[in-house]
Structure formats: C-alpha cells, structure tokens
Design a protein around this ligand. Structure first.
Ligand code: SAM
Length: 300
C-alpha cells in the first residue's frame, strides 16, 4: 500500500515558518495529507478556538501545544507567535473550519509574521465557497466563470437590501455565507430584490450527514425553505446566478421590488423618467423597466 504520509513529507518544511492550514468544513476525512503532516510536526498550533481545535487534533491522534489567536486578540497574540517563529519554531495556524482568512481570522497573523521577515506557507484545503462553486454547474458559466465572493450580508434589513441591490447587477455569479437564524430573512430579501427566474444554489451542511446542494429559481426558494423546518437548519452557502442570465427575458428579468417601485413612480411620472428612477433605486435593468412602463401605460 502507498505510504501516503511520505507523499506529504516529500516537500520541505522550513523552521521559523508560519503554516496556514485549511481544515474540514464538516467531514474530518477531508483534512489533507499535508495538513495532517504539518499539524503533526508543528511546535505549536495557533487556532481560533482551542477547544474546537483540541477536539480535531485528538480525533487525528495528535497532541500539540495550542495558542489562542482569535478575532479579539489577534494582534497581540500574533506578536507571541512571531516571537516563537523568531526562536525557530514551526507554527501552524488553523481557523475553526475551512480556510483561514476566508470570513475567518488569520489576516493580522499573516501580516505580522511576514512583517517580521518570516515565511508564510499556505496549505490548501476545504472552503465552503469553493465547495459550493464546484457544483454550481452552468450558473458559474454565466459571466465566463468569474464569481464574486460576498461573504456574510449585513444583518440590518436596510443595509442587507442595499448590498443585494449592488450585487444584483453583477453579470457573473456571486456567493454568500449565511447562518441558520438568518437564512429565512436572507432568502426573503433575495426573492424581493432579484428577478424570480434567476437560479440559486443552496448548499446546506456541505460534507456533513444531512448535506444538500440543490438548485432552484430565486422565486421558488422561500417556499422550499418553508416546506420543511429541517431546511433552515445548519450552515449555508448560497450561489446566485449573474445578471447576464436576465437579458432578453422582458418582465421576467425584473425583481418583484423593481416592478413595485416602477408602478408607484408611474402614478406620478412619465414612463421614461419612472423607468430611469426605478432602475437607479432598485438596480433593475433600465431597458426592461422602460418596456414594462410602456406596456402598463398602453393598458391604462
Ligand atoms: N473559513 C471558512 C471557509 O473557508 O469556508 C468559513 C468560515 S465562516 C465563519 C462560516 C460560514 O461558512 C458558515 O456560517 C457558512 O455560511 C459557511 N460554511 C462553513 N461550513 C459550511 C458547510 N459545511 N456547509 C455550508 N456552509 C458552510
């Protein structure tokens, strides 16, 4: 049988180096062989949460000293890590799950290590954003494979709506992270602000026992969420198709909120002005709004 660990050991692992190590987002077997090797050889493991990382290491049969480096102490804790690097230690850094620095701490530690002249070596591995995109299929092709990672939306309703309006016009796919207690609000806001036929991938509990990665239209998403209490549980990553898919769809390319705003403005303004303002307010396509304004006027 192949000696897997010797494949990882083939690389050089200099001393006085910070190793930034991705860890699983669910299934512990997704830890890479190199991550296992480096966590085993590190003089200490700096981590977001010592209890969480302690459990991971003991599942792997590893026992290393742990150093707490989290968002509240990252700068001063980074100086303690730098002192250990200066003494020639190899320090691994892991966040609670997935890739450090991706909606997770790690940036300040990386900066401090580099500023002090130490090498910083990334060990790639799981991340919820890339995991979801890998099964987004042709949604990712809208916009030639480009994507925007938007992380967590703001929690306040007004700021969240503004963020969605800003993202709605992107011609390529975008990715959001969301927690279970906010998923219903976020899906509701997406359904109000985006054209109903835009596709969305809902990745829930990826790599875990009850994982789901399903696609539907944005218009269908609120009903899917409401259909089963289990649908709102766990961790979420959402991939939303880009606006390039809206083109040529007429009224279907407009969000319910854009149509509502247009109709209000049409009561007071000429069609062209109403369409222009509705586009500026909602991020909807001016051409489609103007065509709809003319249709509504003809029907009056
Ligand atoms: N650093 C991590 C990464 O590389 O993906 C992300 C950390 S962020 C604090 C945690 C968020 O990532 C969760 O709230 C969820 O939105 C997303 N996430 C993490 N694990 C996930 C999973 N197994 N399935 C779906 N989303 C997940």
């Amino acid at each position: 049988m192949t000696d897997w660990i010797s494949l990882a050991a083939g690389q050089s692992y200099p001393t006085g180096t910070l190793y930034v190590v991705a860890t699983p987002i669910g299934n512990v077997a997704d830890l890479t062989l190199r991550a296992l090797h480096v966590l085993g050889m590190a003089d200490a493991v700096a981590c977001e949460d010592t209890r969480n990382t302690g459990q991971l290491l003991s599942r792997l049969g590893l026992h290393r000293p742990l150093l707490a480096v989290h968002e509240h102490n990252e700068r001063e804790a980074a100086q303690r890590v730098v002192a250990r690097l200066a003494a020639g230690e190899r320090i691994a850094y892991v966040s609670d799950a997935g890739t450090p620095g991706i909606s997770d701490p790690g940036a300040a530690l990386v900066e401090a290590a580099r500023a002090a002249g130490h090498r910083v070596v990334p060990l790639p591995g799981p991340s919820a954003v890339v995991t979801a995109l890998s099964v987004a299929g042709e949604m990712l092709q809208t916009g030639d494979g480009r994507f925007t990672f938007a992380g967590f939306l703001p929690t306040r309703a007004k700021a969240r709506t503004e963020a969605i309006v800003a993202l709605a016009g992107l011609d390529h796919a975008w990715v959001l992270y969301e927690a279970p207690h906010r998923i219903a609000d976020t899906i509701g806001a997406l359904a109000a602000q985006l054209p109903a036929q835009r596709r969305i991938l809902i990745g829930r509990e990826l790599t875990k026992l009850f994982e789901e990665a399903i696609t539907m239209t944005v218009g269908e998403a609120p009903a899917w969420l409401a259909a089963d209490a289990a649908h709102s549980k766990g961790e979420f990553v959402l991939v939303v198709e880009g606006a390039a898919s809206d083109r040529g769809n007429g009224e279907a390319s407009l969000a319910p909120e854009a149509i509502r705003v247009l109709e209000l403005l049409l009561a007071e303004l000429p069609a062209k002005r109403a369409a222009k303002l509705a586009a500026a307010i909602t991020g909807g396509d001016t051409g489609a709004l103007y065509a709809l304004a003319l249709e509504r006027r003809a029907a009056d």
